[in-house]
Design a protein around this ligand. Structure first.
Ligand code: AMP
Length: 320
């Protein structure tokens, strides 16, 4: 595996592959790689001829300077993990390569970014995400880009971005990878004290309580949320938000029916964690394209699933 630092090196390295018609998969990350990231790389390895991982702690998407300063970084370990997972190229640019002096453009998706993460982290967060992802998609020109269901709203925003700007990429969402006690893997988990780490598993218990309630026939969001709240209270966790939202719009649903996502954000100590659980109601689901369970996968385009080449001329059209 080679590590490249500049846009021109990246373009040059991919030119031959592109000319030869080889499919290219991109996994954008901020590093501090864990099994969640590696699952995306494995999916890309299965589907694409060339697998690119980007490693860039994007200053533009941090609303909290302390969070940016303390973000875990270990490029050596990341490179070893990516290489062992079969990645071909790692793109690890310096901030000035992505945001050179005079950089003045912002890519902004409206609507879906107003809520949840956008509301709590501020509008600049998603603008930072969409600007850097638009750049990465332009630099690499992948057939498929891989994102985690763990950041469901982010994946939905990226789908909207690709659709609105006619970026010829298939956006694939991969299931959330969890520790045995259910805590979703996150680079930020390393910041939890042992006590906080134990308590953090309550986020997943809260989501599981909602899922169980739905399986038992509960359709009232308030009733489902009350069950989740009880799990959080027992672990002394006050959520920033705990909502049942439409997977299309990320607005709260009045009744649990159809495509619904339970979403949660909470600080455990000083560490901010997010998680979500797609909920399936019994009726035949038009949400088949949304990963209703960790095993269900999350291909955005059934027509192109399993075939990276099929993605090149298709635009992402759904929100996960
Ligand atoms: P990050 O480095 O946190 O920006 O994450 C890079 C990508 O990995 C994003 O698409 C995340 O949604 C995805 N990701 C992070 N954690 C997990 C996880 N536990 N399971 C699956 N994907 C994840």
């Amino acid at each position: 595996m080679r590590t490249l630092r500049t846009v021109s090196e990246m373009r040059a390295a991919l030119a031959t592959h592109r000319r030869a018609g080889r499919s290219i998969g991109l996994v954008p990350t901020m590093g501090a790689l864990h099994e969640g990231h590696l699952s995306l790389m494995r999916r890309a390895r299965e589907q694409c001829d060339q697998v690119i991982v980007s490693l860039f702690v994007n200053p533009a998407q941090f609303n909290d300077q302390a969070d940016l300063d303390g973000y875990p970084r270990d490029e050596g370990a990341d490179a070893a993990l990516a290489a062992a997972t079969g990645v071909d190229l790692m793109f690890a640019p310096a901030p000035a390569e992505i945001y050179p002096p005079g950089f003045a453009t912002k890519v902004s998706v409206a609507g879906i970014t107003d809520r949840l993460e956008g509301a709590h982290r501020g509008g600049a967060h998603f603008d930072g995400v969409t600007t850097v992802v638009a750049k990465l998609l332009n630099i690499v020109g992948p057939d498929v880009a891989y994102f985690g269901q763990k950041d469901a709203q982010q994946a939905a925003v990226i789908r909207q971005l690709a659709r609105d700007l006619d970026i010829p990429v298939r956006i694939e969402t991969c299931p959330t990878v969890r520790d045995p006690d259910g805590l979703a893997l996150s680079s930020r988990n390393t910041r939890l004290s042992p006590d906080e780490r134990t308590r953090a598993a309550a986020l997943h218990r809260a989501l599981t309580a909602i899922q169980q309630a739905v399986e038992d026939g509960v359709r009232d969001p308030a009733a489902a949320r009350a069950l989740a709240r009880a799990q959080l209270t027992a672990a002394r966790i006050e959520p920033e938000y705990l909502e049942l939202v439409s997977t299309d719009t990320f607005t709260p649903v009045r009744r649990i029916d159809g495509c619904v996502l339970a979403v949660i954000a909470a600080r455990v100590g000083t560490t901010r964690l997010i998680d979500n659980q797609p909920l399936s109601t019994a009726r035949a689901s038009p949400c088949a394209r949304h990963p209703a369970s960790p095993d269900a996968g999350g291909s955005s385009h059934p027509a192109a699933a399993g075939s990276a080449n099929g993605g090149k001329d298709k635009h992402a059209t759904d929100n996960a």
